[in-house]
Write a protein that binds this ligand. Structure first.
Ligand code: KIV
Ligand code: ZN
Length: 519
């Protein structure tokens, strides 16, 4: 028997907080359902006080939850805590998570003395505990907090009824030895430590988030806070897939286990990459496109003789199928449905009918359709309530420019056309969109990747737009790079329009993370 480590996923809170990673309501619900399905113990579903949208998402996730505990974040003040409880109370297993920055730099923001902060922690944890039987306390920036004061905050929180004590490395500053020692010492020296679970929450600023989280477990932590693909502010958080697979593969030296079904990792990783607009780097551990690819002759030869020569885990352990070549133009509907289910997409009949039409169009243009092509195809199925649609596009390119674009857009059901020039085909197409749908959005990011190999490969394009502090990311794929770019641009614009109508600017909700309000 090994010790169980609880997996606390914060993709929908800390992950979504990274600028540009905003997800829609439906996307958050879908990711929460996948997390619940794969055996995550606690899902931090959002920050209910941050916006009406966050509140609605946390409430809906709480109502739909099956096995996982649903947690909401709140600063250490009664108003935040009450709002958080209103959202999570619908869950079979609700949790209130409340925090304050305890390091000298963070104490200076609300300008509280140590005694005032100690009183605030006592009052807030007591208040939260009167509402909910499961309360998590976080001393934010714990790894840069003076030892005596950190110990004091932890003891107060335990005495006031906290059931989980989280020790965040908020700025990714600690190192493995220190991470283990800190937890070990807190457990050894804090009154009441044996009655609570200690959690570790690491950021990846120095690339040590996974190592620090695992070291904290060695030191006695029994909850790891993490995100899918390591999504999160700045350099991100501890990656769920990394800690879970490390515990599984190295059970020989780390006698701990989680309840996560690792075969569901790839599907959720792809889905989070799609809906957040943050692609996974090719050489990312566990979920990168190259994580199980063997290109060099020596490696391929070894792999053919015995897969263990160069592989410490099997691709199937993380949900990868043996080959990514899937289908061609003769494949039928049932095969498409089965393959999509394997990739994490459960389809209703009417959705499948639409996807099948587009699959056939793609199979006509491409000889072979790979898993990656299907994932790209599904991204276009995520259309928000689109006000703007691309009807047709013709771009003329040449060595002696300028490039011209003739475009027809359907805006709110009516067709509009424009002809514009630009510095290159993509620029001329973007100018054409602007000519028909006037806006002040600034292009923050434009990225093109080939989905597979070959000159008939689809290009998958990500576009990030910013307008008055609101950020939206759009994606699309097509065998024509300019068409993919234009569709991604329009997709980002459609999302921006939705955000304009429904939510406050990103800097209002995201900045709230570090601001403090009086209790
Ligand atoms: O990084 C951090 O300190 C946090 C806390 C709110 C737990 O995300
Ligand atoms: Zn964090």
């Amino acid at each position: 028997m090994t010790d169980r480590v609880l997996i606390f996923d914060t993709t929908l809170r800390d992950g979504e907080q990274s600028p540009g990673a905003t997800m829609t309501h439906a996307e958050k619900l879908e990711i929460a359902s996948m997390l619940d399905d794969m055996g995550v113990d606690i899902i931090e579903a959002g920050f209910p006080i941050a916006s009406e949208g966050d509140f609605a998402a946390v409430s809906a996730i709480a109502k739909a939850s099956r096995n996982a505990t649903i947690c909401g974040l709140s600063r250490a003040n009664f108003k935040d805590i009450d709002r958080c409880w209103e959202a999570v109370k619908h869950a079979a297993k609700p949790r209130i998570h409340t925090f304050i920055g305890t390091s000298p730099l963070h104490r200076a923001i609300p300008n509280l003395t140590m005694d005032q902060m100690a009183d605030r922690i006592h009052d807030c944890v007591t208040h939260a505990r009167n509402l909910c039987g499961d309360v998590q306390w976080s001393s934010m920036d714990a790894t840069r907090t003076e030892w005596d004061f950190l110990k004091r905050t932890v003891e107060i929180a335990i005495k006031a009824g906290a059931t989980t004590i989280n020790i965040p490395d908020t700025v990714g500053y600690t190192a493995p030895v220190e991470s283990a020692d800190l937890i070990r010492r807190l457990i050894a020296e804090c009154d009441g430590a044996d009655g609570v679970i200690f959690a570790t929450h690491c950021h990846n600023d120095l690339g040590m988030a996974t190592a620090n989280a695992l070291a904290a477990v060695e030191g006695g932590a029994r909850q790891i806070e993490c995100t899918i693909n390591g999504l999160g502010e700045r350099a991100g958080n501890t990656a769920l897939e990394e800690v879970v697979m490390a515990l599984k593969v190295r059970a020989d030296i780390m006698p701990f286990h989680s309840r996560v079904d690792t075969r569901k990792i790839m599907a959720i990783s792809r889905r989070v990459a799609t809906v957040s607009g943050f692609p996974v780097q090719f050489n990312k551990a566990i979920v990168g496109k190259n994580a199980f690819a063997h290109e060099s002759g020596i490696h391929q030869d070894g792999m053919l003789k015995n897969a263990e020569t160069f592989e410490i885990m099997r691709p199937t352990d993380v949900g990868l199928t043996e080959t990514s070549l899937v289908m061609g133009k003769h494949s039928g509907r049932a095969a498409l449905r089965a393959k999509l289910a394997e990739l994490g997409y459960e389809m209703a009949d009417n959705q499948l009918a639409d996807v099948f039409v587009r699959f056939k169009e793609l199979a006509d243009r491409k000889k072979e359709v790979f898993e990656e092509d299907l994932v790209a195809l599904m991204r276009q199925n995520d259309a928000v309530e689109d006000r703007i649609r691309l009807k047709s596009l013709r771009v003329v390119c040449g060595t002696d420019g300028p490039q011209t674009a003739d475009i027809v857009l359907t805006i709110d059901g009516t067709d509009h056309s424009a002809s514009t020039t630009g510095d290159g085909p993509v620029d001329s197409a973007f100018n054409a969109v602007k000519a028909l749908f006037d806006h002040n959005a600034r292009l923050q990011l434009y990225q093109v990747h080939a989905v597979t190999e070959g000159t008939d490969a689809q290009a998958t394009v990500s576009v990030r737009l910013e307008e008055n502090g609101r950020i939206a990311t759009g994606q699309s794929a097509d065998t024509d790079t300019v068409v993919a770019s234009t569709k991604a641009y329009i997709n980002a614009l459609n999302r921006l329009i939705v955000r304009r109508e429904k939510t406050a600017p990103d800097h209002d909700t995201k900045g709230v993370h570090y601001r403090d309000a009086s209790a």
